[in-house]
Design a protein around this ligand. Structure first.
Ligand code: TYD
Length: 216
């Protein structure tokens, strides 16, 4: 197991997580940590190529789910695991919960199949005591939760939408339900941040979640 810290940022498109990823990176660096700022799908040259396919090419749901996990595998091996071994702090704009929320919730793809793929891609080497191998998961997942109707207003006219951003509000309701289900399945790892507040209030909540864990 790596010694570093792994934090992921999640939420539907338009929830406003990205500015807080950057801000937390600055705050963590100020606290003396070496920060690796990265994103999914993406974070390596190969995974960034997969990202542009997944976000812009039509494909069936299984292909989409496999591409997300293929990108994740490369990202874990090339970037995340080495950083955690070095003791760095990894801040990742989206991780596996996004696959459950978007492909599982949004697209309606089979949850159990996603869990099987998750185990295949994120298993850590078996420990010497013979226990089942653990899964690599973030130490903390900040879920920026916002009603899809409000997120849609925020996104309107912002830029040319990709295959996900162009989905109707009902899709994002299902994505949101997917995140809620993931939080129910692993509550200790999650902090839900109410994203329907002024940006400074959201930032306070982000800082509090990290501070209560003693990380800044
Ligand atoms: P996003 O992270 O919102 O980046 P940007 O801020 O540049 O738009 O875009 C990534 C999109 O990919 C987002 O709509 C969610 C989607 N996605 C999935 O569908 N499954 C996944 O596993 C991941 C990581 C992302």
């Amino acid at each position: 197991m790596g010694r570093g810290l792994f934090i992921s940022f999640e939420g539907i498109d338009g929830a406003g997580k990205s500015t807080h990823v950057e801000a937390l990176a600055d705050r963590m660096r100020a606290a003396g940590r070496t920060v690796v700022l990265t994103r999914e799908p993406g974070g390596t040259p190969l995974a960034e190529q997969i990202r542009s396919l997944a976000l812009h090419q039509a494909m069936d749901p299984l292909t989409e789910a496999l591409l997300m996990f293929a990108a994740r595998r490369d990202h874990l091996q090339q970037v995340i695991e080495p950083a955690l071994v070095r003791g760095d702090t990894v801040l990742c704009d989206r991780f596996t919960d996004a696959t459950f929320a978007y492909q599982g919730g949004g697209r309606g793809f089979d949850w159990q199949t996603l869990s099987d793929l998750e185990r295949m891609v994120q298993s850590l080497p078996a420990s010497e005591d013979g226990l089942a191998p653990e899964l690599r998961q973030p130490d903390l997942t900040l879920w920026f939760d916002l009603a899809p109707s409000i997120a849609a207003e925020r996104l309107a006219g912002a830029r040319l939408p990709d295959r996900f951003e162009s989905q109707p509000v009902a899709f994002f309701e299902a994505v949101r339900a997917g995140y809620a289900r993931r939080m129910e399945e692993g509550p200790s790892r999650f902090a839900r941040v109410d994203a329907d507040q002024a940006r400074e209030k959201v930032w306070d909540d982000v800082c509090r979640s990290v501070q209560t864990r003693g990380w800044i």
